[in-house]
Design a protein around this ligand. Structure first.
Ligand code: SF4
Length: 353
C-alpha cells in the first residue's frame, strides 16, 4: 500500500511552491498558513510573506504589526503572532535555524504535533508521523473504523511512516485526502489504494469517519461606530484590538456588544474628547468566525471638522484616511465594514477617502 501510494503521489502531486523546497522555514510557514485554509487562498500570501520576511531572522526582527499586515485576510491571526514569537525564540535559542529535535520544535509557540511531524519529515527527512484532518479521514476509511481516537490515529501513522522517503509518504497521504479521498464523493475509481480500502469494500466510504457533533456558532449582535472627522481627507476612527481578544492586534472601528448605539457613542465621546453627532445608519455586515456568527450594525457619527491631523486620542487609536488604513493590518470583517461604508454615502456629502 505504501509503495502504491508513493508512486501515485510522485506521478500526480500538485506543483505547489512549498513542495519545491526543503528549507525548514518555508515548510514551517506553509504548514502554518495551510491550517484551516485552502491551498488556493494560501499561495499568494505565501509568496508575499516570503518576499517580505525571507528568513527566520527577518521575521524575528519585524514589528508584529508588519507581520499581521502581511497575514491580513488569511484569518486565525493567532497563527501569525505565534509564528513571529517562535521566530524570536529560534533566533535567540537556536541560532536562527529551526531545530530538528522533536521536543525543541514542539516547545515553539504555535507548533503542535502535526507541524512537528511535517517539519521533521518534509524538511529534515526524519521518520516522523503526522495526522491532520485529511490523514484521519483516509485512515478511517482504509480501516473501515468510524471512531478512531487521536491516539489510535497517531499510532497508525507511526507504524506506517517508512524510513525511506517519509516526506513522500506523509505528503502522499495528505494529497490523497485532499484530492481523491475527499469528505464528500471520494473518487475511489482513481484511488491508488482502493484495493486495500475497507470503506470501499463496505460500499459506503462517506460514512467514515463518523461526523463530529459541533455546536453551532453562537449568534452575536454588536454595534459598530463609523466615526469620522475632518474633510479632504476625511478620517475614520479605528482602534487596535486587544492582544488576547478576537482579531487581536488588528485594527477595527469601535464596537460594543448589543444593539443600542447611544452607549457606545457616549463612551467614545469621553475617550476622544469630542462631541459625536449621529449621522445616519449604514446597515449591517455579517461575519462568520469559527464559533461566532456576528451581525454588526453600523452607525455613522460625525466628530466635527477639526484639523485632520489631530493626534490620536489613545495610543491604540488612530484617525486614518483610506490610504493610511491600507498601511494597517485589517481583518476580513474590517474590509466588509469599509465596503458597507462605501456603498452607503453619508447624509452629509462627505465620503471617506
Ligand atoms: S478507496 Fe475511496 S474511500 Fe478508500 S481511501 Fe481510496 S478514495 Fe478513500
Amino acid at each position: 500500500m505504501r509503495q502504491a501510494l508513493c508512486e501515485w503521489y510522485r506521478r500526480v502531486a500538485r506543483d505547489l511552491p512549498w513542495r519545491r523546497t526543503r528549507d525548514p522555514y518555508r515548510i514551517w510557514l506553509s504548514e502554518a498558513m495551510l491550517q484551516q485554509t485552502r491551498v488556493d487562498t494560501v499561495m499568494p500570501y505565501y509568496e508575499r510573506f516570503l518576499a517580505r520576511f525571507p528568513t527566520v531572522h527577518a521575521l524575528a526582527d519585524a514589528p508584529e504589526q508588519d507581520v499581521l499586515h502581511a497575514w491580513a485576510g488569511l484569518g486565525y491571526y493567532s497563527r501569525a503572532r505565534s509564528l513571529k514569537r517562535a521566530a524570536e525564540v529560534i533566533v535567540r535559542d537556536h541560532g536562527g535555524r529551526l531545530p530538528d529535535d522533536p521536543a525543541a520544535l514542539g516547545r515553539l509557540p504555535g507548533i503542535g504535533p502535526y507541524t512537528v511531524g511535517a517539519i521533521r519529515s518534509i524538511a529534515f527527512g526524519a521518520r516522523a508521523p503526522l495526522v491532520d484532518g485529511n490523514v484521519a479521514r483516509v485512515f478511517s476509511r482504509l480501516t473501515a473504523r468510524a471512531e478512531l481516537t487521536p491516539a489510535q490515529l497517531w499510532r497508525l501513522a507511526d507504524e506506517l511512516v517508512p524510513e525511506e522517503a517519509p516526506d513522500v509518504f506523509n505528503q502522499a497521504l495528505m494529497e490523497l485526502g485532499a484530492t481523491c479521498c475527499m469528505p464528500r464523493r471520494p473518487t475511489c475509481e482513481r484511488c491508488p489504494v482502493a484495493g486495500e480500502c475497507g470503506a470501499r469494500r463496505a460500499g459506503n466510504p462517506e460514512a467514515y469517519p463518523a461526523p463530529k457533533r459541533r455546536a453551532p456558532p453562537k449568534i452575536v449582535r454588536a454595534i459598530g461606530a463609523v466615526v469620522t472627522r475632518g474633510v479632504r481627507p476625511q478620517r475614520l476612527l479605528v482602534l487596535r484590538r486587544p492582544e488576547r481578544e478576537l482579531l487581536g492586534g488588528l485594527w477595527l472601528i469601535p464596537t460594543a456588544p448589543g444593539d443600542a448605539p447611544e452607549g457606545l457613542a457616549q463612551s467614545l465621546e469621553a475617550e476622544i474628547g469630542a462631541t459625536l453627532r449621529p449621522a445616519g445608519e449604514i446597515g449591517s455586515v455579517r461575519h462568520l468566525f469559527t464559533h461566532r456568527d456576528l451581525t454588526l450594525s453600523l452607525h455613522r457619527f460625525d466628530a466635527g471638522a477639526k484639523p485632520s491631523r489631530a493626534p490620536a486620542p489613545r495610543s491604540d487609536a488612530r484617525w486614518c484616511s483610506r490610504e493610511e488604513l491600507e498601511e494597517l493590518p485589517l481583518s476580513g470583517l474590517m474590509r466588509k465594514v469599509l465596503k458597507a461604508i462605501d456603498a452607503t454615502p453619508a447624509t452629509s456629502p462627505r465620503r471617506i477617502r
